[in-house]
Write a protein that binds this ligand. Structure first.
Ligand code: HEM
Ligand code: HEM
Length: 224
């Protein structure tokens, strides 16, 4: 994105370390929440359908949000050759996309099995749009920058738009995760409790992660 980031007088490195710590904390909090306070996970269950639902936050947070954030900051966090960085960027985004698709499938499956209608909340509308845009962005990125690749002039013209829309889509994943957590909070009728604290802190850390990724993208790797 903004390559003239040297005016910040700060390198991206400390923020990438902070972002990695956030990734670990968010993953730990999400797992603790779903295992300790919810019923754990299952792809099929006759007696406890909530286990199918739980796959949704698990895959959306650990897979979709965290992997896509890591994929973006990879250019600043991993000192490797450009081609290797590109390969890691596209693979991490691919893992995020697959996790996202399975996670959305799980919540549709849960809704169908317990007889809840589909797509009636703001969360689900923003969420489905995000997954679709993410898939489109990945395909466009792959064909333009990896294989077969657009010509150099065209690539140079596309890159700022790729970075801009990439950030827009990433922020949409953050918004979707926040609205999803709120949705769940309200459905469970959570009040002030240990579980409520865990859910809210997970949401706060996800917000901080979104802000950190945004900052890393505009900061230079080294101060010049
Ligand atoms: C960040 C990526 C996420 C995406 C793309 C996403 C997408 C979706 C979609 C498309 C639905 C609609 C399913 C249907 O109508 O059958 C849905 C439902 C739901 N999701 Fe998410 N979700 C995400 C994260 C989360 C998180 C982190 C939670 C937290 C628990 C969550 C909680 C829910 C709940 C409670 C529902 C059922 C109610 C509703 O339709 O809003 N989601 N999600
Ligand atoms: C949904 C998937 C994707 C998203 C959200 C995304 C997002 C981004 C973002 C935000 C940046 C800016 C990073 C920065 O300036 O520090 C970026 C850069 C880049 N992306 Fe993607 N990207 C995606 C998929 C792909 C794919 C599949 C490729 C294929 C190789 C690709 C190639 C690139 C390249 C070459 C850069 C420029 C790196 C540089 O400035 O040196 N992206 N991407």
């Amino acid at each position: 994105m903004a390559k003239g980031g040297s005016s910040f007088h700060m390198s991206a490195v400390p923020v990438t370390i902070f972002a990695h710590l956030l990734v670990i904390s968010i993953a730990a909090l999400t797992l603790a929440w779903l295992i300790k306070f919810r019923e754990g996970f299952a792809f099929k269950s006759q007696s406890n359908k909530a286990k199918i639902f739980n796959l949704h936050p698990l895959l959306m947070i650990l897979g979709f949000v965290l992997f896509s954030g890591e994929a973006i900051i990879m250019y600043k966090a991993v000192p490797a050759k450009r081609r290797a960085q590109k390969l890691m960027h596209l693979i991490l985004h691919f893992i995020a996309l697959v996790a996202g698709i399975i996670g959305v499938y799980a919540v549709f499956k849960f809704h169908s099995e317990v007889g809840i209608i589909h797509m009636y909340t703001l969360h689900s509308w923003i969420g489905l749009s995000t997954i679709c845009l993410f898939g489109l962005q990945w395909l466009l990125g792959f064909f333009s920058f990896w294989y077969p690749r657009a010509e150099p002039m065209k690539r140079a013209r596309m890159l700022p738009w790729h970075a801009f829309f990439g950030m827009v889509i990433f922020f949409m994943t953050i918004v979707t995760a926040e609205t999803g957590l709120t949705q769940k909070f309200l459905f469970q009728g959570l009040r002030r409790s240990q579980e409520a604290l865990i859910v809210n802190f997970t949401g706060l850390l996800i917000l901080l992660f979104g802000i950190s990724v945004g900052l890393i993208v505009i900061l230079p790797r080294r101060i010049v």
